[in-house]
Write a protein that binds this ligand. Structure first.
Ligand code: PMV
Length: 331
């Protein structure tokens, strides 16, 4: 093993929202997904991570949001091990990471977290990966992170092998000015992690039906994005979210991700449309809701949703860029 001199590196990466969801893994260790997925990177839901490998450390020193949660630490150390193996170094690392949005509530903090970690750790270890290589590496730590390595509108190609399962930007961030009003109805940790959910993905009888149609759905959604056809785009995204949750509800054991506030927001979004405010919801495995809309409706949509009794607050996201290196280190 080479003992290379390393530097302190900080990256900021954004989370994403999947329009067509990745659900189920065909290879657990490599995190190869059962199906491809499409998402938009969210500028406004960001993680900043600083990494430094050092000869002075006798073990990895990891702090996420001011805490060293044992399960999170194990996952980060496993990813650092992948980076050490690639860079052929034996040094331990100090890692500090902060989000500007609640983690483990269905807002894909693992996506932005592991994308920032992948770039910061590889650069700190003296490696310079291509976007494709970074996406393949990030995928092994978190499926969503495989997409958060890229910018704009992103497709994750499912692939049968590790080298063929990576993400790429299909349209840049400035292609279409969409807005995501992220509606927070709770900040407590969700009860069922996505990692657990992926394991039972195939257990319900509707999963195979979903899989038969998913490539066609991806093809149609790409067409609507290309044409900037918001109505067809939004209807398809909302239908996909409901289909995805019907898979969760009918898996064994069932996963009921929604809180009362989630349902309140879903009904309110459909009501907004009947008053001419075009907006569509989508939800991951948590209870917080992403409401997609156009810039001209954003303020009104936000105001209406913030006035609902069970809504705590909204966060605003625009279409985001790929991760960037920044000079403000966290330690
Ligand atoms: O990357 P994971 O293991 O957190 O799984 C993400 C699963 C969904 O958020 C439900 C869908 C997706 O594609 O982001």
């Amino acid at each position: 093993m080479i003992k290379r001199t390393t530097t302190k590196v900080t990256y900021r990466a954004s989370s994403d929202i999947a329009f067509i969801k990745y659900w189920g893994k065909k290879n657990k260790t490599l995190r190869l997904p059962e199906n491809g997925s499409l998402s938009m990177i969210l500028n406004g839901l960001d993680t900043v991570t600083t990494v430094e490998f050092s000869q002075k450390l006798s073990k990895d020193d990891i702090t996420i949001e001011g805490e060293s949660d044992a399960k999170e630490v194990i996952r980060v150390v496993r990813h650092l091990d992948r980076v050490r193996a690639l860079a052929k170094i034996e040094l331990f690392a100090k890692v500090v990471s902060e989000n500007n949005f609640p983690k483990a509530t269905g807002l894909s903090s693992s996506g932005s977290g592991f994308a920032a970690l992948t770039y910061a750790a590889t650069r700190a270890a003296g490696l310079k990966l291509s976007e494709k290589e970074a996406s393949i590496l990030a995928r092994q730590s978190s499926g969503t992170a495989c997409r958060c390595i890229c910018g704009g509108f992103v497709e994750w190609l499912d692939g049968e092998t590790s080298p063929t399962s990576y993400s790429e930007s299909i349209f840049p961030a400035n292609y279409w000015d969409l807005r995501d009003v992220v509606v927070v109805v709770g900040e407590q940790k969700k009860k069922i992690s996505s990692t657990r959910g992926h394991k039972s993905a195939r257990s319900g009888k509707f999963y195979s039906v979903r899989q038969q149609h998913i490539s066609e759905k991806i093809r149609r959604l790409k067409k609507f994005i290309k044409k900037k056809d918001f109505t067809n785009f939004g209807e398809l995204v909302e239908t996909e979210a409901l289909e995805f949750h019907s898979i969760l509800l009918t898996s064994q054991p069932p996963i009921i991700a929604w809180h009362p506030g989630t349902v309140e927001v879903m009904l309110a979004v459909q009501e907004l449309r009947s008053h001419g405010l075009e907006a569509y919801f989508t939800i991951n495995t948590g209870f917080n809701v992403h409401v997609l809309t156009l810039p001209k409706h954003e303020q009104q949509v936000r105001k209406k949703l913030e006035s609902l009794p069970l809504v705590q607050k909204t966060l605003l996201a625009k279409v985001g860029e790929k991760p960037v290196e920044i000079k403000n280190h966290l330690f």
